[in-house]
Write a protein that binds this ligand. Structure first.
Ligand code: GLU
Length: 363
């Protein structure tokens, strides 16, 4: 099975006022249909629900409040999907709307369900059109513009190509909007090559990603073995060229030593909402034993976070790593330093681990 994952950022899907760029979406659908017709399975990941919603609601600027962004997305999503569905159907292709959350997919059963559904859709030769389920999670709204989601989907289906379409031609040696001497980087063998460059975290008026999140997404996908191209959503023929391995945009080579994409997302993409301070024994167990963090090893909790948020784990003022908390900050304060049997009396439904080893990454 060869699969291409094509992601369209908000700046490709909608103009600065939030109006749909119909010609760009139509052309990408045309190219998707051509590739699909040649026997390749294609998955579309699209942003732009918030932008569409803003436009439909007559909001002149992107709201700041997260619930307004979520509500705008709910207004825009149906209309956004319909556009793809119509364009693909005109070309004889059935599509399916799939709304996913990255954290959902990190839970084993959800991950397997998502994979089974996507595989079945591809087997039926349907093009899934994916967005984040913004009503329930806000990871990509806060930062990412679906870049990480697209990388995760590519890993999920073991894609042969991830193409991230944006409003610039790829990764430049400097921000081309401010530096006229900026040059396009055509190939990247290893993401560390970009470390010295100022690739710009600047985002557009509509999306939340910027080049930084695309490069991290490329790192995530290539770490799992999927070649990734970052390129312009307005460049005709880029999808076919990217699939054929021909020049266009910035191509990231797949890495031979593979890493879990979830852990890369956690490390680079998911912001920490608080700090969990652990004792020396727990720090050693995390660093050397690869164990889960139990409440008994926790000596302090800083900040206000919910179960499911990312937290920094530190010991004696040094960061040990980052993990997804199984408890809220308030709950952790009640159970820190305590053994499992005592915890069951205080919080009967609590899990044993404060941070599970599968949801923890060393700094
Ligand atoms: N899920 C969001 C959307 O489709 C991602 C884009 C953003 O970060 O604004 O609008």
């Amino acid at each position: 099975m060869s699969v291409a994952v094509v992601k369209l950022g908000s700046s490709v899907v909608a103009d600065d006022a939030g109006a749909l760029r119909l010609s760009a979406v139509a052309r990408v659908c045309e190219e998707v249909a051509l590739l699909h017709g040649s026997g390749v399975d294609v998955i579309v990941v699209t942003s732009g629900a918030i932008a569409r919603g803003m436009h439909l609601l007559g909001l002149p600027v992107r709201p700041r409040a997260i619930e307004e962004l979520q509500a705008a997305s709910a207004v825009g999503q149906g209309r956004l999907y319909r556009t793809y569905d119509e364009h693909l159907r005109e070309r004889g292709i059935q599509s399916a709307q799939v709304l996913l959350t990255f954290f959902d997919m990190s839970a084993r059963t959800h991950y397997l369900n998502a994979r089974r559904t996507l595989r079945k859709l591809l087997e039926w030769r349907i093009v899934p059109v994916i967005n984040e389920n913004d009503t329930t999670t806000t990871d990509e709204i806060s930062f990412g513009d679906n870049d990480f989601l697209a990388a995760q989907v590519a890993v999920l289906v073991d894609a042969s190509l991830l193409l991230l379409l944006t409003s610039t031609e790829g990764v430049f040696t400097a921000d081309p909007r401010v530096d006229p001497g900026a040059r396009l980087v055509d190939t990247v063998e290893d993401v560390s090559e970009l470390a010295a460059l100022d690739i710009g975290a600047a985002t557009t008026a509509l999306g939340s990603g910027g080049m930084r999140s695309k490069v991290v997404a490329a790192e995530m996908a290539t770490a799992a073995g999927t070649p990734t191209v970052i390129g312009s959503g307005f460049e005709p023929g880029l999808l076919a060229r990217a699939w054929a391995g021909e020049p266009g945009g910035t191509r990231f080579a797949p890495q031979t030593v593979r890493q879990s994409s979830f852990k890369l997302w956690l490390k680079y993409a998911k912001p920490s909402q608080g700090v969990v301070v652990v004792d020396a024994g727990a720090a050693r167990a995390l660093r050397e034993g690869g164990t889960s963090l139990l409440p008994v090893g926790i000596v302090g909790v800083e900040g206000a976070f919910d179960a499911g948020d990312a937290v920094e784990v530190s010991a004696s003022g040094t960061t040990v790593g980052k993990g997804i908390a199984s408890y809220s900050a308030d709950e952790l304060r009640q159970v820190m330093g305590r053994k499992s049997a005592e915890i069951r009396e205080i919080l009967p439904r609590a899990t044993e681990e404060a941070v599970h080893r599968d949801y923890f990454v060393l700094a």
